[in-house]
Ligand binder design. Structure first.
Ligand SMILES: [Zn+2]
Ligand SMILES: [Zn+2]
Length: 340
């Protein structure tokens, strides 16, 4: 497999002009309770077929299936009151920040419900023992691990259980954002909007997993960043680095086009996942293209395209995207660490 490189066609300014200002593009796309995890599960199963990482992707599909069930059954949780929302808006801060929001103990109940859903579905799987062992952990340890994950700290984080703890935090934060939005609508407030840091989630302040190019029927395609924690998507103009916000030296790297080997004149079908690399700061973020494959889902497609990470990091770029289900360790972890 080799990298193919494509030059950007339009500058951000040209795209903004084409968009006729930004008004017709919604800034935020909040997750849908009924479909956010269900669509991710479907995509994972689709990508798993014939994939070298099939078992891993199927296991993740089971985790996401449990997340979907947990999100439907979440109990009511405390949300920021009107004064807190107004204060966050005035300060240009996210209303339910991942690093500061006092987590409701309900998140730990979500974690345990994920384990309970998973156990009967993992019969014969090597992951079963890990999942069963996690039923015994205490609250203090769980909260300490959650703090490390939410602060992006690897030191002291146990990598084995981390995806399951991350999965529970995703369910809780998605529920928190949707509950905050619902409460805000009742008091005619918009709890979420633009914040000072355009590179962080406007709801919870987390890093994105990847960008998604969404199809807009009337006005072309728009790039959104997909939050790694609460699955909110926020708009950012295309061809702009999501780490340093630079617009020079942006390039796109992808694996071979889909269907390149079929010799059926199918070469025009481009791979739906690319890496957007920035020469200025040396970071990259993947972008998944809905216009190339309507089923793409940022978290699932990120998990299934680790080969692209390897190729781009060999070229010297550092990953900016966060995927709580697959943590990339510190750069000096030995190669023979062995996946699991
Ligand atoms: Zn978020
Ligand atoms: Zn950059």
């Amino acid at each position: 497999m080799s990298l193919t490189q494509a030059a950007p066609l339009l500058t951000p300014e040209e795209i903004a002009i084409r968009a006729g200002g930004q008004q017709q593009v919604p800034f935020l796309v909040l997750p849908q309770r009924a479909s956010v995890f269900a669509e991710r599960e479907i995509r994972l199963r689709q990508l798993a077929a014939g994939h070298p990482m099939r078992d891993f992707l199927i296991f993740m599909a089971e985790v996401v299936h449990a997340q979907h069930r947990a999100l439907q059954d979440c109990p009511a949780v405390e949300v920021p009151d009107d004064a807190a929302l107004e204060s966050a808006a005035r300060l240009g801060m996210p209303a339910v920040p991942a690093t500061d929001w006092p987590r409701d103990p309900a998140w730990r109940a979500v974690f345990r419900s994920l384990l309970d859903s998973l156990v009967p579905r993992l019969a014969g799987s090597p992951a079963l023992a890990t999942v069963q062992a996690l039923r015994e952990v205490d609250d203090e340890w769980l909260d300490a691990q959650a703090d490390l994950l939410l602060h992006n700290l690897m030191l002291g984080l146990e990598l084995g259980p981390a995806p399951l703890i991350g999965a529970a935090l995703q369910v809780y934060w998605t529920h928190l954002v949707l509950s905050t939005q619902a409460a805000g609508e009742k008091s005619r407030l918009a709890p979420f909007g633009r914040t000072d840091d355009a590179t962080a989630c406007p709801c919870c302040g987390s890093h994105p997993t990847a960008s998604v190019s969404r199809v807009n029927a009337t006005a072309g395609n728009y790039r959104y960043l997909h939050c790694s924690l609460c699955s909110t998507q926020w708009h950012m103009v295309r061809i702009k680095c999501s780490h340093c916000e630079g617009t020079k030296g942006i390039q796109y790297q992808s694996l071979e086009p889909v269907g390149a080997a079929t010799a059926e004149g199918n070469r025009a079908v481009k791979h739906p996942v690319e890496a957007e690399t920035c020469d200025e700061c040396g970071h990259y973020l993947k972008i998944v293209h809905m216009e190339r494959d309507a089923q793409v889902e940022p978290v699932a497609d990120d998990l299934a395209s680790v080969t692209l990470d390897l190729l781009v990091s060999e070229a010297g770029f550092q990953r900016h995207g966060v995927n709580l289900m697959l943590l990339f360790g510190e750069p000096d972890i030995p190669d023979d660490g062995g996946g699991g």
